[in-house]
Design a protein around this ligand. Sequence first.
Ligand SMILES: [Zn+2]
Length: 336
Amino acid sequence: MLQQLRFNEQFIKSVAHLFFQRILAADAGKNMARNDMILAVDIGGTKTALGLVGSDDRLSADAKIDTVADFGALVDKVYGAADALLRTNGLTWESIGRAGIACPGPLNIPKGLIVNVATTGWKNIPITRLFRERLGRETFLINDCKAAALGEYRFGAGKGCPSMAYMTVSTGIGGALVLDGRLHDGRFGNAGEFGHLTAEENGLPCGCGKRGCLELYASGTAIARVYGEKTGEKRTAKEIGLLARRGDGAASETLTGAAVYLGRAIATVFIVAEPELLVIGGGVSRMYDLMRETVEQTVAAQLPRCYEKMTIRTQALDGNQNLYGAAICAKEGVLH
Ligand SMILES: [Zn+2]
């Protein structure tokens, strides 16, 4: 009887100890949340990056893991990788105030949902809630392309510029608008999906449900398709860029064709939003020097005279812009 009592006493003591530890940890978390670290996560089709961004807005440490299709397992993997990243940097979870997650879309930002990511088969995933519960931190969600735009706007090619449009040209084409210092989100977070501007009336069918979308004529995928049609050769956009540098006529022609479509779309963006600057990101931006002249000539021909010449630049941050954007989103509560 006495032994049982003692056991119970011990048990109650340890429960009470745990309880107070939790309260202390929660308090520490709250204090840190005011001005301390953000866990930034960038979910990609094959790799997921994570990083720690401090109150000085510097990315102090980062890591990469493989993206897995089972979303619950991915959340666990991110937690494990973040835990390891904190420990190797001599930090604990108490230093993390918030989390920012960049993810491919379409998303429903107000509901914190992944609507559909075709490549991994994610549909109606409550991403914000899953990460908030696993990490125990307030979690902010942003479309990956918009995260890249925010990163470039604050720390890269758009630094010091009041309004900037961003167009990413890679497998597909995405985009974002930062207007007078604010990311223009749109109703559900899909504003700036420039890849679905109409490039060809009754053109090729697009996965979005309509026809003739820009990304079917000017993305990396489109460049590879057009070159294949011209030559019968299967090449990636990157290889076609290298071929064009070596004087391959079909490769240069293909890039010029894509540049005309891009130029028309960029002129439309300039007319709609009148930003000072448009930043081109994504893999195709690495061969933009081969397309620049055609893009600029097309834009100039398409813009009404009342528009001042606008600047087009390629991305300045190569690789970490999405992590920076996710951190800005969490720090400033953008979109929430
Ligand atoms: Zn489309």
